[in-house]
Design a binder for this molecule. Structure first.
Ligand SMILES: Nc1ncnc2c1ncn2[C@@H]1O[C@H](COP(=O)(O)OP(=O)(O)O)[C@@H](O)[C@H]1O
Ligand SMILES: [Mg+2]
Length: 583
């Protein structure tokens, strides 16, 4: 949300309305029970204030010992009831808060994960996680404040006003005069809070990114002696975040002393007024005690309301950004609904160009055609555009110009899930879930039979190393495969890809961590399994070119050679430059 404008008061209001509409109707029972508790709390708080009149007039002024027992019993029963309702209310508030916060965290995570690939460029995973957590909690907080904590305080305040009014109408009206003053103050503070709250959201993302970046890359950090640099980076993100949180507390804390002062002002005037009334008009001391008690008790909810209001601005600001996240539709390349079942695995690029945001073209007017079942190697220097070309086939990005077809269907008209089912992608950076080797392989095709898994395991030579593990295929790979070597991880990833029943297989330097001999064996086994499928290899190794029907050479995003491996040496000067003479 960096660079996004600070939400206005109206944004906050719209956010509040929507949050309540989306959450409360689904939680009618909790909400009804919580209303009952609120009514209980406010009624018994007011009743407690009223009992002071009985204490002073019936017991002390009348000097009545028998009345003392009755009044004592009333006081005990009233305060017990108040406590019970208070407890119920607090529990229900927590239930409401947690349930709303977790359901929004789930939704925000799903919406984040479903966003297009480019949404994740240049932003750390933990940055997203920090946001999801912060947003979800803010939304739970906002609804709880709006629908329970606020209401409790307002009802209590109203009930206490009734008690005050019954004792002295004039003084009650006078105390009400301070309400507009409080209102003006609070709305001033609210504006400040919304601005600071937005900054806190951004900064807590930086905080998590700085920390987990260093921890995830701990080997590099240590081997280059970069501890100091990482620590400094983290420290400055903590300081910046703390600074903002302090800013929020400063504003929130200001509500308390100001309210206290206003309360004292009313009380001071009241003492003079009460003395004058008692002396001249014979009002009872009990009435004044009840009024003062009600007033003092009313101070608490009034102070809380103003504090809650200011805090609410923070949760609403963060919820506002959460709703923006939830509402943003993924910019999917393929929005169509055509399925690809039975469609062949041929690929056609016609004059395709593509550039990343604010960048030069990474794919420049590329045209080529692969027949179904063909085996192709894509070669070229680093940064030539090989991975980008693959991303276009996978529909991670849409071309700026030109047309890409699979079979006879344009990519943009294919149902996104159908496209992904049609292609098996084994990427340069292997990602494994922290699960067993077998489960990771089964992610390729979850309902595969034991026999199918075994074929994939053998073709990718996963059995070569799992044979030495006591738990075999049931070995846990660790977080992102950290218990396996680079080459072992690649083999698991290849097995996972092979298991998928796709018609196009793409290997993006997927065997780069294997030794030459291993690679040859895997290639032979793999190609036997994938005899009738279209296979694309991205590779830097000339040895792999023996296995393919065609070689596609890229340079600066342009096709500078496309021919059979035996002929490309002659037809492409760029190829000769890169690999020299192969024979
Ligand atoms: N996510 C990205 N955002 C911006 N530019 C990118 C991104 N990924 C790659 N590029 C740029 O696109 C060009 C091609 O990159 P890539 O396809 O990864 O090359 P290769 O796989 O051939 O090494 C490079 O100039 C690279 O800097
Ligand atoms: Mg690449």
């Amino acid at each position: 949300m960096e660079g996004a404008p600070t939400p206005t008061g109206n944004d906050a209001l719209q956010t509040a309305k929507r949050l309540v509409k989306e959450t409360i109707p689904k939680r009618k029972k909790i909400f009804t029970a919580s209303i009952l508790c609120m009514l209980g709390v406010s009624f018994f708080t007011a009743a407690l204030a009223y009992t002071t009149k009985l204490i002073v007039n019936d017991v002390f002024v009348a000097k009545d010992a028998k009345a003392a027992i009755e009044v004592a019993i009333i006081v005990i029963v009233v305060s017990l009831s108040k406590s019970l309702f208070h407890y119920g209310n607090a529990v229900l508030q927590t239930v409401l808060n947690r349930s709303i916060s977790s359901s929004y965290q789930k939704e925000a995570f799903e919406k984040t994960l479903r966003r297009e690939i480019s949404f994740f460029n240049g932003k750390h995973a933990s940055d997203h996680m920090a946001q999801i957590r912060l947003y979800g909690m803010a939304a739970g907080q906002a609804v709880t404040v709006l629908c329970s904590r606020f209401l409790t305080e307002i009802l209590t305040l109203l009930a206490l006003f009734v008690v005050m009014f019954l004792q002295d109408a004039l003084m009650t009206l006078y105390s009400i005069l301070i309400i507009p003053v409080i209102f003006g103050l609070v709305s001033f503070l609210s504006r400040k809070i919304r601005k600071v709250a937005k900054e806190e959201t951004d900064l807590s993302g930086h905080y998590f990114a700085a920390g987990s970046e260093a921890l995830a890359g701990v080997r590099t950090v240590k081997s280059y002696n970069l501890e100091r640099k990482s620590i400094d980076k983290f420290n400055s993100s903590v300081d910046a975040l703390e600074d903002r949180i302090f800013g929020i507390s400063k504003v929130t804390a200001a509500t308390h002393p100001i309210m206290e002062f206003l309360g004292g002002l009313v009380l001071g005037v009241f003492v003079i007024y009460a003395a004058w009334q008692t002396i001249n008009y014979g009002k009872t001391p009990g009435e004044f005690t009840a009024f003062i008690t009600a007033f003092l008790l009313a101070y608490q909810p009034a102070a809380k309301i103003s504090k809650l209001w200011v805090e609410l601005q923070k949760s609403l600001t963060q919820s506002f950004f959460m709703l923006q996240l939830i509402d943003t539709k993924p910019q999917s390349v393929s929005y169509g609904n055509k399925s690809l079942d039975g469609s062949l695995g041929s690929i056609t690029f016609s004059d395709v160009s593509f550039g990343y945001e604010n960048d030069d073209v990474s794919i420049d007017k590329v045209s080529f055609h692969l027949n179904h079942g063909e085996k192709v190697a894509i070669v070229g220097k680093s940064g030539a555009g090989k991975s980008t070309l693959v991303d276009l086939i996978l529909g991670f990005y849409g071309p700026d110009n030109g047309i890409i077809k699979i079979g006879s269907t344009e990519i943009s008209s294919i149902l996104p899930t159908a496209l992904k089912n049609h292609i098996a992608f084994i990427s340069q950076d292997v990602f494994l879930f922290d699960d067993t080797i077998e489960e990771n392989i089964r992610d390729g095709y979850s309902s595969a039979s034991k026999e199918e898994v075994n074929i994939a395991v053998r073709s990718a030579q996963v059995d070569n190393f799992t044979a030495d593990f006591p738990l075999g295929l049931q070995t846990i790979v660790g977080s992102n495969g950290s218990n396996l070597s680079g080459g072992q991880k690649q083999r698991v990833a290849i097995a996972r890809g092979l298991l998928k029943k796709a018609s196009i297989y793409i290997f993006d330097e997927a065997t780069s961590a294997l030794d030459v001999e291993n690679e040859r064996e895997i290639m032979t086994a793999m190609l036997k399994t994938l005899e009738s499928e279209t296979v694309i290899f991205i590779t830097h190794r000339p040895a792999l070119l023996d296995y393919v029907d065609k070689v596609l050479m890229l340079e600066n995003g342009k096709v500078v050679g496309f021919d059979e491996p035996k002929k490309i040496e002659k037809t492409s000067a760029a190829f000769r430059d890169l690999f020299g003479a192969l024979t």
